[in-house]
Design a protein around this ligand. Sequence first.
Ligand SMILES: NC(=O)c1ccc[n+]([C@@H]2O[C@H](COP(=O)([O-])OP(=O)(O)OC[C@H]3O[C@@H](n4cnc5c(N)ncnc54)[C@H](OP(=O)(O)O)[C@@H]3O)[C@@H](O)[C@H]2O)c1
Length: 288
Amino acid sequence: MARVLIAGCGYVGITLGIRLAADGHAVWGLRRRPARLPNPIYPIGADLRYPSSLRQIPSGIDFVFYTAAAERQDDASYQAIYVDGVQNLLTHLHVTGQQPKRCFFTSSTAVYAQAAGEWVDETSETRPQEFSRRRLLEGERLLLQDPFPATIVRMAGIYGPGRARLIDQVRRGEAVCYEGESRYTNRIHRDDCAGVLQHMMSLTSVESLYLGADHEPASQVTVLRWLAERLGAPAPRLEPGAPLAGGKRQGNKRCRNARLLQSGYVLRYPTFREGYEAILAAEGPRPP
Ligand SMILES: NC(=O)c1ccc[n+]([C@@H]2O[C@H](COP(=O)([O-])OP(=O)(O)OC[C@H]3O[C@@H](n4cnc5c(N)ncnc54)[C@H](OP(=O)(O)O)[C@@H]3O)[C@@H](O)[C@H]2O)c1
């Protein structure tokens, strides 16, 4: 049985914590609003931005998962969570003499600036011009340069129960596609995010970097059209001209998950179809 700390225990962290607790591990979830943590996870109310609040972390932690997320899309929030928070936690673990076997960090495939539909993997170039990429890469570097063994998992867009905005857009007939836009999007279901992290904790040999994405990069148009058909809703509205700024920021790349698969992980939701199908099935029949 291992002692596990999940720092920033939210959407993915809670699912991970419940699974690890079911495997017999002792799991502590750290967040500012610990009352939101379910039973098998021991709550720690702390703020990663403030080193003094980390004193409540118990001793003898074997594995750390850093799954905290910035609350706003601005540089100060990214700096606070992906750089300062990581540094504060590492410093705390060192100062208190902890010796985790491995620290895992959920970074993002947003670190890739590729925008012409290229395939990217763990060896691809990252170009940190934007604050978001810069801060995520700084956080990754802090962990990789630290003496504690570390693994970074760059997750694609996370979706799942309660985070299926596209379903609501399609249902309301508000889904929009832009003529000529064929930008690739990459995603991973929440349960696979947690599954990947759980799997990695069980491995004896782990790489320092993985991409966490499903098998099928798909254009937004493909996903919206599939959802519309599945829901019997109107096809997404086609409008002229792609929104340049948004498209540029979101990039256009295809994430290759070969290294993840080589590690032995089997995706529960191989593509958006199985993932959205499961979300819809869990909703049950809707009133006519
Ligand atoms: N969402 C995506 O599409 C996506 C894509 C790629 C990578 N990721 C990464 O994947 C990881 C998991 O994502 P998620 O969706 O599960 O994240 P989330 O639920 O949005 O956030 C995780 C938790 O971080 C906690 N947190 C935020 N600021 C904190 C602070 N100062 N001190 C302590 N805890 C703090 C929040 O709880 P409190 O508010 O209670 O503190 C929240 O529950 C994150 O690292 C995220 O950056 C996400």
